[in-house]
Design a binder for this molecule. Structure first.
Ligand SMILES: *Cc1c(COP(=O)(O)O)cnc(C)c1O
Length: 395
């Protein structure tokens, strides 16, 4: 049996896969078993932010694999301590908790919020508010705050005491806020939900409402964080709307599984020994990779490149939009870009795959462009050319 046949026979059937098997990657390119070359505009859903097999990342992981793989959080760990110091300094949070995925990071943040509510002395301060069209992961708690019916319906009953507001709608958030709320969770840019950016007014109002009702504000930066929008974390562009907790994963360790949540002063002492844990959290190999990611982001001036090349990409997509009315909208920031079209997104993903370009859909009509942050202008140009070709054929 070949890889596709084995997968379809032995792995649980929870993914609709494209019929392609990548065997290796280098920089912004992926190579199939047959040696065909593809331009990676998906980064494994916003994960491999420095492209594939960045030499410094390979070295960091190699050298850690020859030293130590795992000891557990019963002992101190050099790579985890170094990483915590680097990240906390870079983002202005107070402390961090390491785990293994985005859902797990959000789960931990929600647990912290529930305990915060209990400690406040008020009864019933357990309500959590999240946004329609959000995406926060696939565990029971995180599908509850993921306000999309398709992810929730087969698995009810869900976590109690969660309610929803409309994203970017001041009235809607005002209506659900009261003293029973212990936390609001939202993505500064909704990724999975179709690439929608929270506007500054909305974030200011949410921040003010959380202060008024003594609720924690949680930003899910699993997708929009780690340099993807030209800021280490997207919320850093609005110093007046800081979160109390924010979560990270996806690109954090450049392709190895790692998640984290960060807390400020208000939230740093809520969880105490025994309250929360993760066997693999802060794993030395993942942490060594994440340390290297932070160093490379600085050394190679990655954030500035994302700002510049992200603008270049979006401008050129907007030029295409003027040429082809099949493009409904171009949205996003940096290298978190959504292209909304007037036909099914899955069809455009397939057409681009035929041009050897890998992209990721977001819902029914949006294709996400999530290149590795190291992508070059000429590679962006080749995507624009392919899209031009595809849309020309459609008109
Ligand atoms: C991908 C994603 C998650 C879930 O991360 P996993 O590592 O798959 O658990 C949560 N929130 C956002 C915004 C995401 O994009």
């Amino acid at each position: 049996m070949n890889t596709i046949e084995k997968t379809d026979k032995y792995i649980l059937n929870t993914y609709k896969r494209y019929p392609v098997t990548f065997e290796k990657g280098q920089g912004a390119f992926l190579y199939t078993e047959k040696g065909e070359k593809f331009l990676d505009m998906g980064s494994g859903i916003a994960v491999t932010l420095l492209g594939h097999c960045h030499p410094k990342l390979v070295d960091a992981v190699k050298s850690q694999t020859e030293k130590l793989w795992h000891t557990s959080n019963l002992y101190y760990s050099i790579p985890a301590a170094d990483l915590a110091e680097k990240l906390v300094h870079a983002c202005g949070a107070k402390r961090v908790f390491f785990c293994n995925s985005g859902a797990e990071a959000n789960e931990g943040a929600l647990k912290l919020a529930r305990k915060y509510g209990k400690q406040s002395g008020k009864t019933n301060k357990t309500k959590i508010v999240s946004m329609h069209h959000s995406f926060h992961g696939r565990t029971m708690a995180t599908i509850t705050v993921t306000a999309q019916e398709k992810y929730q319906k087969p698995f009810s009953p869900l976590l109690p005491d969660v309610c929803y507001a409309e994203y970017n709608d001041l009235e809607s958030i005002r209506n659900v806020m009261n003293d029973d709320v212990c936390a609001v969770i939202l993505e500064p840019i909704q990724g999975e939900g179709g690439v929608h950016t929270a506007n500054h007014e909305f974030l200011k109002e949410v921040r003010a409402l959380c202060d008024k009702h003594d609720a924690l504000l949680i930003y899910d930066e699993v997708q929009c964080g780690m340099g993807r929008t030209g800021y280490l974390f997207n919320h850093m562009k609005y110093p007046d709307c800081k979160p109390d907790i924010f979560t990270s994963a996806k690109g954090l360790a450049g392709g190895l599984p790692m998640g984290a949540f960060f807390v400020n002063e208000k939230a740093e002492n809520i969880l105490q020994p025994g309250d929360h844990a993760s066997t693999f959290g802060g794993n030395p190999i993942a942490a060594a990779a994440a340390n290297a990611v932070q160093d490379i982001i600085k050394e190679e001036n990655i954030l500035a490149a994302v700002k510049e090349n992200g603008c270049y990409f979006i401008e050129n997509l907007k030029k295409l939009q003027q040429k082809y009315n099949v493009i409904k909208d171009v949205r996003g920031e940096g290298f978190l870009i959504g292209l909304e079209i007037k036909y099914p997104a899955a069809e455009l993903v397939q057409e681009l795959l035929e041009h050897h370009i890998v992209t990721v859909p977001a819902g029914a009509s949006v294709v996400r462009l999530l290149p590795p942050l190291i992508v070059k202008k000429e590679e962006i140009d080749s995507v624009i050319d392919a899209l031009d070709h595809i849309f020309k054929k459609r008109t």
